[in-house]
Design a protein around this ligand. Structure first.
Ligand SMILES: [Mg+2]
Length: 441
């Protein structure tokens, strides 16, 4: 039975709902709706002008409606009067195909024909920076290898504890928090779930981290590469496919503990990785992280070639444990729904044609890449990623050609706006345009 949001509001003392959606650029948009009006909104949705967001619409288009998914309800732990809801977009009585949450649900629907679900977890890295984003917030955080630095972590205890307490209260099962490889950088991990739940939580996590950081007088950023010489913000995902009870990626007889199905899925990701980079590394700034020169800590921790391996962090795909693998391509600016949808579409393709990913590589790819000149490379910039996406029939079939064309069109407009004032030089300083347009990604 569908949950009644009006009754839930009374029981939980929710006074306002944020009816939210994420557009193609990953921007979280909402209307704040009083509980007295939620009953109608639950049925008909909250109205928006689609053109005013990053969706390929015109000012002449009909109203767009965000119909909230009651199962996604999250009562803000730091402001219990407010309930957050993820929504699906509708227009003229039809779902908006280019709405990222709808794109993900379409792939989930295709997978469900084989009675399978994708479970995933994401590792969202972020920096705490000064208000203008010019420097990290903690001026004492200066070690050349700052990863897991206890003192720097504990100087942020009040904030990290508050975020982690929220996740405990919400039942997400958080299990560790750490200082990451860059000065000023942190990561917080919570349990994996079905991929739609993970995507909704990923959206909410970014909102929560930014909101609570502001409350503590700090600014959080998920920008892929906010500082030239420091490791960037990755957003790795761990993937497995399940039927009702069993992990279908698990195969105890295999050297890495993966099933044939898992290798086929992985093959689909490798084949489509360069095109998917347009989803997974969607900003101009993203490509300072991919193919990046070594950082102050000694490694970029991000991939440059399309390869897979066992428990080795220098490749694009790592198999850390039996029954799952980690895709390390995505960065902090990736749209949480397109992240999961892209993985799923490529994996479904790999399984449907039984793609063989070939032999794994076991080298240190950061140092030995020159020994593998024939390996497919990841794109060097966003334009190249979009060209690969434009050529990709598999992803056009999966999401619909018009959806992919809309995405490419909007992203090309963004690139044009960048080049009006700037040049993209990976060795040069991060531009003001990148900061202005990516710090709040
Ligand atoms: Mg990390």
């Amino acid at each position: 039975m569908t949950k009644n949001l009006s009754s839930i509001a009374k029981a939980k003392k929710i006074k306002y709902f944020l009816i939210s959606f994420v557009d193609l650029f990953g921007v979280l948009r909402s209307k704040l709706v009083p509980a007295s009006a939620i009953s109608g909104m639950q049925k008909d949705g909250a109205g928006f002008a689609g053109f005013a967001t990053w969706l390929d619409m015109t000012p002449a288009d009909s109203d767009m409606f965000a119909i909230p998914d009651p199962d996604s309800l999250i009562q803000l732990p730091w402001n219990k009067e407010v309930g957050w809801l993820a929504s699906d977009l509708w227009m003229d009585g039809k779902q908006v195909e280019a709405s990222p949450r709808v794109m993900l649900k379409k792939q989930i629907g295709i997978l469900s024909r084989d009675k399978l679900i994708m479970k995933s977890g994401v590792e969202c890295e972020y920096f705490l920076v000064s208000a203008d984003g010019a420097s990290i917030a903690d001026q004492r955080d200066v070690q050349s290898k700052p990863c897991y630095d206890q003192s720097a972590l504990m100087r942020r205890y009040d904030l990290i504890k508050e975020i982690c307490d929220c996740m405990i209260e919400l039942g997400w099962g958080p299990y560790q928090n750490d200082h990451e490889d860059a000065n000023g950088q942190f990561e917080m991990n919570w349990d994996y779930s079905d991929c739609l739940t993970t995507a909704d939580r990923h959206v909410f996590f970014k909102f929560m981290v930014k909101s609570l950081s502001e409350k503590h007088g700090l600014r959080a950023t998920f920008m892929p590469k906010p500082f030239e010489n420091l490791t960037g913000n990755g957003c790795h995902a761990h993937i497995s496919l399940w039927n009702e009870k069993n992990n279908k990626f698990l195969e105890s007889g295999d050297r890495y503990g993966l099933s044939k199905l898992a290798y086929n899925f992985l093959g689909g990701l490798m084949k489509n990785a360069a095109s998917l980079s347009a989803f997974f590394n969607p900003t101009v700034n993203s490509f300072r992280r991919i193919n990046a020169p070594p950082t102050k800590s000694g490694a970029s921790w991000s991939p440059s070639s399309i390869s897979y391996t066992g428990n080795n962090r220098t490749h694009m795909i790592r198999i850390p444990d039996p029954g799952r693998f980690e895709l390390r391509l995505m960065d902090g600016s990736s749209n949480p729904y397109l992240l999961q949808a892209g993985i799923l579409a490529a994996g479904i393709h790999g399984m449907s044609v039984k793609l063989d990913p070939g032999e794994p590589l076991t080298c240190n790819m950061y140092t030995d890449y020159k020994n593998y000149p024939d390996l497919d490379k990841l794109p060097d910039d966003l334009e190249e990623a979009l060209e690969k996406l434009e050529e990709n029939k598999i992803l056009k079939d999966a999401f619909g050609e018009s959806v992919i064309n809309s995405y490419i069109k909007l992203k090309k407009e963004e690139i044009r706006s960048f080049f009006q004032n700037e040049n993209f030089d990976k060795k040069g300083p991060i531009t003001d345009w990148e900061k202005l347009n990516t710090l709040d990604c």
